[in-house]
Design a protein around this ligand. Structure first.
Ligand SMILES: Nc1nc2c(ncn2[C@@H]2O[C@H](COP(=O)(O)OP(=O)(O)OP(=O)(O)O)[C@@H](O)[C@H]2O)c(=O)[nH]1
Ligand SMILES: [Mg+2]
Length: 476
């Protein structure tokens, strides 16, 4: 993919979305930028000022024909996103115009950029560390306000700083451990074990905290996936429409109306939610289409963060309902007792509790009291207020961290690395506890440090680079 030996090339790409738009931006970066662009943008002065915009006609060098009226913004080396000399050409947003400008640039010696190559160069030139490079992508792709905020804070370095603190502590311990190895033959103790333990505990605490934020971080970044499940005709599709504020799914009083899986996105308090409606579950479905729908419904449940188990309060929680409930994972299950309007809006919590008491589902719940207060809702699909009541409680339970002040991890690569660092740190502690000697401590700590360095990109190989930059598209 991205190869180091081509890093001296001057690269170019369209950095705005492809297709027709008001304007498009073509980005050119590399040592030859000014000399190449000057040939088509003859209005540029010999020594343009950095961060200044120049206006003029962009011309075809062979025919002398005018291609477009453009704005060219100049960034001098060291003061651009990539760290190289950069010119951004804003032209009119026609794919044809963009393509002919790109053709011109390539003919004059620029090379079309690879995926993420601008960000890659920013990383190689020390403008960003790897965590920040990844946050550029998260920011571009963020689908909710909270996700965008999280990405922006990471771009500004919140996570990087925290990791650098961990790195400092690890380096300190490692240096002392290595010194101890050198002096061990002379019987000199460089640092006392308890001093090392204190530092290790500090590192462990920070890593533990970060690793634990991944669940929330990932939900903030990707949003919640909520699947509605239950018997046919209980009101799953009606509730989907209510949550999406859109008549997305067909609602009828015929059991077995929904057969396919229906998705829709919505956002609440800056968090993205994807709702998934599925076929009602029933054993006696004889229709092939419905049976396939039911199969898909089970698959959707497995892929979800949260399951809303919906039942009809008028019918109550009978054997069939309990059978479905027992197949669900309690940690991600919410119970929505629907159609309360039919029983005069009452909320017979005791009845639900009683029905659940003898079920296997109940036995799997740790804190049953908390489950009943937080996870059981009495709703009516006819009542618009239900949307905010239920979503509010989800946000509260999963995402109500002070996003502004908490450093969260939301990227699987970071999670894997930090988890690895945590394990090594914990092993380092037992090495010290057991008095196994500085060599063993150094060995474990080096591994932990490698994991931190790989996260920040202070150490990398092709595999790491590929994993990070393959997610990017061309022009970023
Ligand atoms: N009174 C009342 N009727 C409801 C409520 N929710 C749904 N219904 C009605 O119940 C019937 C079934 O609703 P759906 O939303 O299609 O139920 P479903 O669970 O998606 O059904 P399947 O797709 O067949 O599995 C429709 O006639 C709805 O109008 C509610 O809260 N109160
Ligand atoms: Mg339905």
């Amino acid at each position: 993919m991205i190869r180091g030996d081509r890093d001296k090339d001057t690269i170019c790409a369209i950095s705005t979305p492809h297709g027709v738009g008001g304007i498009s931006v073509i980005r050119v970066s590399g040592p030859q930028t000014l000399s190449i662009v000057s040939k088509i943008c003859t209005f540029l002065p010999e020594h343009p000022e950095s961060h200044k915009v120049y206006f003029g006609n962009l011309k075809n060098t062979q025919t002398g024909d005018e291609i477009d009226e453009v704005l060219a913004t100049y960034f001098k080396q060291g003061r651009s996103f990539t760290g190289e000399e950069v010119i951004e050409i804003s032209c009119h947003g026609s794919p044809l115009i963009c393509q002919s400008i790109l053709n011109q640039l390539v003919q004059l010696g620029a090379r079309p950029a690879d995926r993420g190559e601008f960000t890659f160069r920013a990383f190689m030139n020390g403008k960003l560390d790897l965590v920040q490079a990844e946050s550029v992508l998260s920011l571009i792709e963020s689908q909710s306000q909270r996700a965008a905020k999280l990405a922006l804070r990471q771009l500004k370095g919140s996570l990087s700083h925290k990791l650098e603190e961990v790195e400092d502590d690890m380096t300190w311990i490692l240096a002392h451990a290595e010194a101890s190895i050198d002096f061990s033959t002379e019987g000199i103790e460089v640092v006392e074990d308890n001093v090392v333990q204190v530092r290790l505990r500090k590192v462990e605490a920070v890593l533990k905290e970060l690793v634990a934020t991944f669940k929330v971080g990932r939900l903030l970044k990707d949003g919640f996936r909520v699947v509605l499940t239950g018997l046919p005709n209980v009101g799953k599709s009606s509730l989907l429409n209510l949550f999406l504020e859109d008549e997305r799914a067909i609602v009828t009083d015929i059991p077995g109306t929904t057969r396919d899986v229906i998705h829709g996105d919505t956002s609440f308090q800056g968090v993205k939610f994807t709702f998934v409606d599925t076929a009602g579950l029933r054993d006696q479905a004889t229709d092939l289409v419905e049976r396939i729908g039911i199969q898909k419904s089970y698959e959707a449940q497995n892929e979800s963060d949260v399951v809303f188990f919906v039942f009809d309060i008028e019918k109550g929680l009978g054997g069939e309902e309990l059978q479905i409930l027992e197949s669900l994972e309690p940690q991600k299950t919410y119970i929505l007792a629907n159609k309360t309007d039919k029983i005069g809006g009452s909320k017979p919590l005791e009845t639900v509790e009683k029905a659940l008491k003898n079920s296997k589902f109940f036995q799997k719940i740790g804190d049953t009291q908390a489950f009943f207060t937080r996870r059981v809702f009495f709703v009516s699909a006819l009542d618009k207020k239900v949307r905010s009541e239920v979503l509010q409680s989800l946000v509260k339970e999963f995402a109500d961290l002070q996003v502004e002040n908490t450093v969260l991890i939301s990227n699987a690569r970071h999670y894997e690395n930090l988890y690895r660092a945590l394990e090594n740190t914990q092993r380092s502690q037992s090495v010290v506890d057991q008095g196994m000697g500085a060599e063993f401590l150094a060995l474990e700590l080096k591994e932990a440090l490698i994991a931190i360095h790989e996260t920040l990109g202070k150490r990398f190989d092709d595999q790491i680079m590929d994993r990070v930059f393959k997610e990017f598209c061309i022009g970023k």
